[in-house]
Design a protein around this ligand. Structure first.
Ligand SMILES: *[C@@H]1O[C@H](CO)[C@@H](O)[C@H](O)[C@H]1NC(C)=O
Ligand SMILES: *[C@@H]1O[C@H](CO)[C@@H](O)[C@H](O)[C@H]1NC(C)=O
Ligand SMILES: *[C@@H]1O[C@H](CO)[C@@H](O)[C@H](O)[C@H]1NC(C)=O
Ligand SMILES: *[C@@H]1O[C@H](CO)[C@@H](O)[C@H](O)[C@H]1NC(C)=O
Ligand SMILES: *[C@@H]1O[C@H](CO)[C@@H](O)[C@H](O)[C@H]1NC(C)=O
Ligand SMILES: *[C@@H]1O[C@H](CO)[C@@H](O)[C@H](O)[C@H]1NC(C)=O
Ligand SMILES: *[C@@H]1O[C@H](CO)[C@@H](O)[C@H](O)[C@H]1NC(C)=O
Ligand SMILES: CC(=O)N[C@H]1CO[C@H](CO)[C@@H](O)[C@@H]1O
Length: 514
């Protein structure tokens, strides 16, 4: 269930547009898988259940209950279903049972009467059933909200058997005690569960992290643009999916296009990433002057270390464009690139390309460390990117490129376009693209929780968006239990068992003793 809750952590600001930049769909298959994982985790946690000592006082009666041992647990059967009418999900647990034994001591003091008696007790509760429905909404901050919209429970049987002390008296009233426990426990279960959903679960959703920092300068906004939508077949989370400049958060002047309907439910999870997300990144990067890059000899791989030299035996700028080599021997060329217009990511059913118009200033650094201006070019580049899913991240590799260039200005005479093309192609191939690929290979996190792996994953290019479909595989690692400790849906069932620490249950015990 954590998977569901944290899927909500997916990609938002005050919702200007209702079209999402990123959409996440969790299908019935996904829900069933989440239920399976949650159930296995419940069983595991119930096996190591411990209940702390209890004590209390009521008027003249003082009691303690210690050394509480869990003797047996019947884990509940569990199922999760979608409830479109309540815009929620419903969780059903059935046939949960627990038996404990403990030592008890009761003191009664009134005036000159002092009675102290002690013994042990065996108690069991069986056939506990629970159906809880929780509805989803959206809060003012764009985070999902949750509220209980229905709960019912029943208890099959209660069995108590006291030994030692004045047990023979108490046991005379066993039937009464058992009925009393059942009457007190039964409404408490739903009360407790409702409180967990309305308080704990809501609190944990209200503090969900909904923005993620990228490259220490950008902020990916994961807030919701609409309440989570629950249909008969899936849960859908609509995220803003916008990237901001962290130092000056400002809405991009364009909105996501609507996504076409999709009736594929075979995978557990589907994620749509529209071109809005990369385009808002490119918009912010350009308008905030981030798309600047100086290519110097430091950027060259060893094999091409002399490419920017003006003097060399074979192939370098100085031999490709002889007038540079002649005017500035033994020097090194630098290219200062910056974007001149907002770059665009274009997704079609065949390719993902990034169109980038740049201005390139060429400088030369002479042996006495002076800088001299060479020329200014317009270089408009188109990069073909192949998107990939690796280790649950979306990354890419630039597989092809093309560009158009024109000379804006030259201080080294007429520059021959075909030779310049050769130089720029060389710079792109040996310096710019390899460096971009290093960044692209790092990948971006998909709106998905930790602790799951993808299986049977596909990635599809469509007009205007990427579609990722995948099954999930819960990673069986020790510290994964952590995720489920946080899991609000596990709590209700555990609370049945550990509820004794709640004062209300102390009352039950007390009443039983009385
Ligand atoms: C590129 O080099 C120029 C001149 O040395 C410098 O002013 C500029 O800040 C550099 N730009 C980047 C992005 O390093
Ligand atoms: C290229 O220039 C650098 C100094 O800028 C020099 O160390 C290196 O030897 C040169 N490479 C070739 C092949 O001439
Ligand atoms: C370039 O460097 C070489 C080797 O250091 C030197 O022999 C040559 O004279 C230099 N050329 C000029 C024009 O400085
Ligand atoms: C060249 O200038 C840079 C700073 O512009 C400096 O860091 C470097 O040490 C200088 N190199 C030489 C050989 O003077
Ligand atoms: C790479 O781009 C060039 C120029 O646009 C094109 O002719 C070529 O077919 C492309 N190659 C591949 C493998 O797509
Ligand atoms: C590159 O794009 C700019 C607009 O960003 C345009 O003015 C220029 O003509 C283009 N240059 C080439 C060579 O296509
Ligand atoms: C991945 O999916 C295949 C095909 O459905 C299945 O056989 C395999 O068990 C799955 N792997 C894991 C680790 O779940
Ligand atoms: C019925 C009853 O006693 N309810 C109490 C349960 O415990 C909470 C706090 O522990 C009280 O606020 C309720 O009044």
């Amino acid at each position: 269930m954590n998977i569901i809750i944290l899927l909500l952590l997916a990609f938002t600001k005050q919702c200007i547009s209702t079209n999402p930049g990123v959409k996440v769909r969790l299908t019935k298959n996904g829900l069933e898988y989440a239920n399976k994982v949650a159930h296995a985790e419940i069983v595991k946690q119930l096996q190591s259940l411990s209940i702390p000592d209890q004590s209390g006082q009521d008027g003249h009666i003082e009691y303690t209950l210690n050394n509480i041992r869990v003797k047996g647990v019947t884990p509940p059967a569990s199922s999760i279903s979608l409830v479109p009418g309540e815009n929620g999900i419903s969780w059903a647990l059935s046939n949960f049972g627990i038996s404990i034994s403990a030592d008890w001591r009761v003191k009664y003091e009134e005036g000159i009467i002092h009675i102290s008696t002690s013994g042990s007790v065996d108690a069991s509760v069986s056939g506990i059933n629970l159906v809880e429905t929780a509805s989803f909404g959206i809060d003012k901050t764009g985070r999902p909200s949750i509220a209980s919209s229905g709960c019912s429970d029943s208890i099959g049987g209660v069995d108590v058997d006291f030994h030692g002390g004045a047990s023979f008296i108490i046991n005379l009233f066993r039937g009464t005690v058992e009925r009393k426990i059942r009457d007190l426990l039964q409404p408490e279960i739903c009360e407790e569960v409702t409180q967990i959903i309305n308080n704990d679960a809501e609190k944990s959703l209200a503090t969900l992290q909904v923005t993620v920092e990228l490259a220490k300068l950008f902020l990916a906004d994961y807030r919701l643009v609409a309440p989570p939508a629950i249909t008969a077949d899936f849960i859908e989370i609509l995220d803003k999916g916008e990237v901001f400049w962290e130092a000056a958060v400002k809405e991009a002047p364009f909105s996501p296009q609507p996504l076409p309907a999709c009736s594929d439910y075979s995978r557990m999870v589907y994620i749509w990433v529209t071109n809005y997300t990369p385009n808002t990144f490119l918009y912010q990067a350009h308008t905030n002057g981030y798309l600047k890059y100086n290519v110097t000899k430091k950027d060259l791989p060893d094999d091409d270390a002399s490419y920017l030299n003006t003097t060399c035996k074979l192939k370098c700028i100085g031999t490709i464009i002889p007038q540079i080599g002649q005017k500035y021997p033994n020097s090194s060329v630098e290219l200062h690139l910056r974007s001149t217009s907002i770059p665009k990511a274009v997704i079609t059913s065949k390719t993902l390309t990034v169109e980038l118009d740049t201005l390139v200033n060429m400088w030369v650094k002479t042996p006495n460390n002076a800088s001299a201006y060479l020329a200014t070019l317009n270089v408009n580049v188109s990069l073909t990117v192949e998107p990939k899913i690796m280790e649950e991240k979306l990354n890419g590799v630039i597989t092809n490129h093309s560009f158009k260039l024109s000379v804006v200005k030259s201080d080294v005479g007429k520059l021959h376009p075909s030779l310049l093309n050769l130089v720029i192609d060389g710079i792109l191939t040996v310096a710019v693209i390899p460096n971009l690929n290093v960044i692209a290979a790092k990948g971006v996190e998909l709106p998905m929780i930790g602790g799951v792996q993808f299986n049977n994953t596909f990635l599809l290019l469509q007009e205007g968006y990427l579609l990722i479909g995948t099954d999930l595989q819960y990673k069986v690692e020790k510290n994964n239990a952590l995720y489920f400790k946080e899991c609000v849906y596990i709590k209700p069932i555990l609370s049945f068992s550990v509820a004794w620490k709640n004062d209300n249950y102390s009352n039950i015990l007390q009443d039983s003793f009385v």
